[in-house]
Design a binder for this molecule. Structure first.
Ligand code: FAD
Length: 380
């Protein structure tokens, strides 16, 4: 079925990314996942495709324009490599770039943005704390003013890309309790008092790193405050809207992999004298998976169109986020069921996606929090 939102530019971008993923990523994902990292030059190769340039000035290596469809295409096509860890290894940059571009001073942008956008250096977003991630308004990390500086104390955890990032966007408490006392800071990794420890042995996303960050009297110039003081909560939420839409698009890419792998397997695997694909029960599973893909695709397109037209459809983004991960859970489970024992073996995308569903359902706003937010946005 024709996608009414396709344009020659978007089709070209998708084709370019698909070719890149097929050639530069897919053949190596098993190896990278087992080794627990991707080669650093992949960041630069991906950067050269413009995948981090949305809404970023051309002088910083950006595309000079924003198009949420392109963001979605990037996330969907990269997810099709079948290893979420690849996107995640570069994803810390993706979720921290937007606030850097929007809120950092010109001095900071001139100094760092081009290196981040082109993949030379990494950046990460530090919101979640050991005490909790869902209740952002309750964060404990503090930033106290001391003359022309702020002094940051506290800790962040589960921070994606943190072991390799040079720059961090960090939420910290500058005011009283609750959502009105939070500000965002740009923190360079070489500041005194900053340290990080990797989180090991995760369920999935093996080729990406996550870490706990420690801030022990880390002094940053007052200019490193991003945007207005005590307005960090709303800035974090604005950034989350983009991240969540992108996670829906990644889920869509993973669901498509599950369907394609299922079809390929079902065409050749024979049971009871005929290929699996001719058994009605299996055909129904394929139909169900395909219909869920169609529904999510339509939802992502609709959200992108609205975002491109200046809307912030928070309720729809929240609903799409938990819808996407629930349907991804369904598709990965059914795909594994269709593959039988073969699906249970390591080294195939279905096994990996099945393990990676939960991080999609928890990270960037859990299913429970998304449902709650959606209903609040609906006015209740
Ligand atoms: C691999 C990975 C990468 C991540 N990367 C980053 C990153 O780069 N930067 C970053 O800042 N964070 C990152 N996170 C953290 C992620 O955003 C948090 O895990 C998430 O927000 C949930 O927070 P939590 O784990 O502390 O769970 P909690 O907030 O402790 O919640 C635990 C459970 O309780 C549920 N719950 C909480 N409150 C309610 C409620 N009121 N009603 C009903 N249920 C509720 C939650 O949905 C969840 O299921 C990452 C996490 C993972 C696993």
């Amino acid at each position: 079925m024709k996608n009414p939102f396709d344009t020659p530019e978007r089709e070209e971008f998708r084709a370019q990314l698909k070719a890149f993923v097929d050639k530069e990523i897919k053949p190596y994902v098993n190896d990278w996942d087992e080794k627990g990292k991707i080669p650093w030059d992949l960041h630069q190769k991906a950067g050269a495709l413009g995948v981090w340039g949305f809404g970023i000035d051309e002088k910083y290596g950006g595309l000079g324009e924003d198009d949420n469809f392109l963001r979605a295409i990037y996330n969907e096509e990269f997810a099709k490599c079948g290893a979420g860890g690849v996107g995640a290894a570069m994803g810390g940059r993706m979720i921290s770039l937007e606030p850097i571009q929007r809120l950092c001073s010109s001095e900071i942008k001139d100094r760092v943005l081009k290196d981040i956008v082109t993949g030379k250096k990494g950046s990460s977003l530090g919101i979640t704390e050991p005490g909790g991630g869902s209740d952002v308004a309750n964060m404990k990390t503090s930033a106290k003013r001391d003359g022309n500086h702020f002094v940051i104390n506290g800790s962040k955890t589960f921070i994606t890309g943190a072991m390799t990032s040079d720059y961090f966007v960090v939420g910290a408490r500058t005011g009283g309790s609750g959502l009105k006392g939070i500000s965002l800071f740009f923190v360079e990794a070489d500041r005194d008092g900053f340290s990080r420890v990797p989180l090991d042995k995760k369920m999935g996303w093996w080729c990406s790193d996550q870490a706990t960050l420690y801030f022990d009297n880390v002094r940053v110039p007052a200019e490193n405050m991003m945007g207005e003081e005590d307005k960090g909560f709303i800035q974090i939420m604005e950034n989350f809207n983009i991240e969540r839409m992108c996670m829906c698009a990644s889920s869509l890419g993973m669901m498509k992999v599950c369907l394609e792998e299922s079809i390929e397997w079902a065409k050749t695997r024979e049971t009871f004298g005929k290929p699996l694909i001719q058994h009605q029960v299996i055909r129904h599973k394929l139909a169900n998976m395909s219909s869920k893909i169609d529904a999510l695709e339509a939802l992502v397109n609709n959200i992108c169109w609205n975002m491109n037209n200046g809307e912030v459809p928070v309720a729809e983004i929240s609903k799409a986020k938990f819808f996407a991960t629930k349907e991804l859970e369904y598709c990965s489970s059914e795909a594994m069921q269709i593959m039988g024992g073969a699906g249970y073996l390591r080294g195939n995308p279905v096994e990996r996606i099945y393990r990676e569903v939960k991080v999609m359902a928890i990270g960037g706003g859990s299913e429970e929090i998304m449902r709650d937010l959606a209903v609040r946005q609906m006015g209740y």
